[in-house]
Design a protein around this ligand. Sequence first.
Ligand SMILES: *Cc1c(COP(=O)(O)O)cnc(C)c1O
Length: 397
Amino acid sequence: MEKLAIFGGTPVRESKIFYGRQCIEQDDIDAVAETLRGDLITCGPKVEALEKKLCEVTGAKYAVVVANGTAALHLAAMTAGFGEGDEVIVSSITFAASANCILYCGAKPVFADIDPRTYNIDPESVRKLITPKTKGIVAVDFTGQSVEHDALHKICEENGLLLIEDAAHAIGTKYNGRPVGSIADMTCFSFHPVKTVTGGEGGAITTDNEEFYRRLMRLRTHGITRVQSEMAHPTDALWYNEQVELGFNYRMTDFQAALLLSQLNKLPRFSARRKEIVAKYDSVFSKMPEIIVQQEIPQSDTTRHLYILRLNPERLACDRRQFFDALYAENVCPQVHYLPVYWHSYYEKLGYQRGICPNAEDYYNWSMSIPLYYSMTDAEVEDTVRAVKKVVEYYRK
Ligand SMILES: *Cc1c(COP(=O)(O)O)cnc(C)c1O
């Protein structure tokens, strides 16, 4: 057996690789530079072009581009009308922002458990949590895999709920052939550098609902409008615009939008490479009883953002921490996505108890994300596989 790097052996790789990174090419840089030489550098023609492009990519009627994914979730939650006294059901295994947006509006996040096979929100768990106070659902396409839209749609229809889809991981994914972004009442995207396409920072909301669209556009810029039909004191005076509600400055710059436009043109290529790496990992790890492979629902054609390595505690004589540290020392650096949101001390102080979502907690205790990004070379994919095998062999029961 090979000596693990953590115990003084030679690491599988000399340099570290991490779970995700952006891919910026020369034409991306050129697009940003060209925009910086223009007249408008914030929220100008590139933002408008990006909104049009997002409608093409997702099949949605409207897209509103904002500063980041968290801003997208905040505006979507406000536009959904979540407020004091309302409950909103949300995935428990997600980035905190998915639940924070509910708190921003004064409503109460109610955490649903995950399906232990797919790690996505379990529609049966959602059903059990519905009360007369429930207003909506924030469902996360975790790792990029689409949520179970048919089941969630049925629950929403039967109970008069709004569905916000947090698709921060899922640009490029389809559900029954329909692109994510055209299915839920509102869909939120993030363009942070670890996500499949990036603007440095960036976010967007897509919707088919014109009323939602108008409100999202207003809230992005302070709640100020130039549309006469939205004004209390309409006039066609050229200088006049009116604040009709309390909004924010959640604008994206035009040079970020230029970067994103350039990146979105590469989405088919980015998506294909991610699928190729996932297929390689799946083919190796599905043959190893020490590793549990994430299951896909047949409806989801997934552009995977994260690859989850879940340990089988019955076959390994180590805990997650030991495995994680050993892999890290091999210079194949994993990360953990995510702590169940209600385990964060902030949520603990709000009164959430441990134990409410057992599948989520069990998932968390044994999982980590291994490198998956477009620009990974075949050698880096091989190194990752070798490092995982090396650590598995050492700790095999
Ligand atoms: C990245 C992410 C967000 C937040 O997006 P930002 O652009 O970083 O604000 C929200 N939800 C999920 C699931 C994410 O992964």
